[in-house]
Design a protein. Structure first.
Length: 217
């Protein structure tokens, strides 16, 4: 379709090969629009904000949940996780699944370390399929798997893996389900108690001030 449109239009009218080109809906008259709203979620959810969420949640675990102070050495790792990962809560594993809900070999992590394919196959008895009833609370049971769907989940995945890494490295036994709940609660507190919003305000002010300075220059 892009090629068809490109061939039909005269040169210079619409540069489809330019990724910065903006296409507007020609059924909307911008003259009739009184209010413009910008969705800044993805812009503001930068590594700076993710680090703030990670660090604050980590400190909540240490100060309020009495987790080991050694966790303070862990920092947010921007390149560690991506959205749409699954966490096997009962096995403390983080993994990517395919469209058929099979765990993808080579993507399984325990803590911050990859799990060998042979061990994954052994853990799941040769079949890495995740039943739907274990992925959802719809069936009346607490789900065994947590799906991290969006960019907002990146700090939580990294914190979960960092805490597991610390416990494994130091030979500390832990209840996997309770660990997952503590981290979820710590992340929740960052959002509920307004810490994240204060961080957003600081980042927004920084972006706005930088933009204003550029315009004035």
């Amino acid at each position: 379709m892009k090629k068809l449109v490109y061939d039909l239009l005269s040169p210079g009218v619409c540069n489809l090969l330019n990724p910065t080109t903006i296409y507007a809906n020609n059924e909307i008259s911008l003259g009739d629009i009184e209010i413009y709203v910008f969705d800044c979620n993805y812009m503001l959810h930068s590594n700076l904000l993710h680090s703030m969420i990670f660090n604050t949640s980590r400190d909540i675990l240490i100060e309020q949940f009495k987790y080991p102070e050694g966790l303070g050495k862990y920092d947010y790792i921007p390149e560690f996780a991506i959205h749409a990962f699954h966490s096997d809560v009962r096995k403390s594993l983080l993994m990517k699944t395919d469209a058929f809900d099979y765990a993808q070999l080579g993507t399984v992590y325990r803590g911050l370390e990859p799990v060998p394919d042979g061990e994954v196959i052994e853990l799941y008895s040769g079949v890495q399929h995740i039943p739907l009833c274990q992925m959802s609370g719809f069936y009346g049971k607490v789900p065994h798997y947590k799906q991290f769907m969006d960019i907002f989940s990146l700090p939580e995945m990294t914190l979960l893996s960092s805490v597991i890494d610390y416990f494994i490295t130091h030979g500390i036994e832990f209840n996997q389900v309770h660990l997952y709940k503590d981290i979820s609660d710590a992340i929740r507190d960052v959002y509920v108690k307004g810490v994240m919003h204060k961080g957003l305000k600081k980042i927004w002010n920084r972006i706005f001030c930088t933009g204003m300075k550029s315009m004035l220059c």
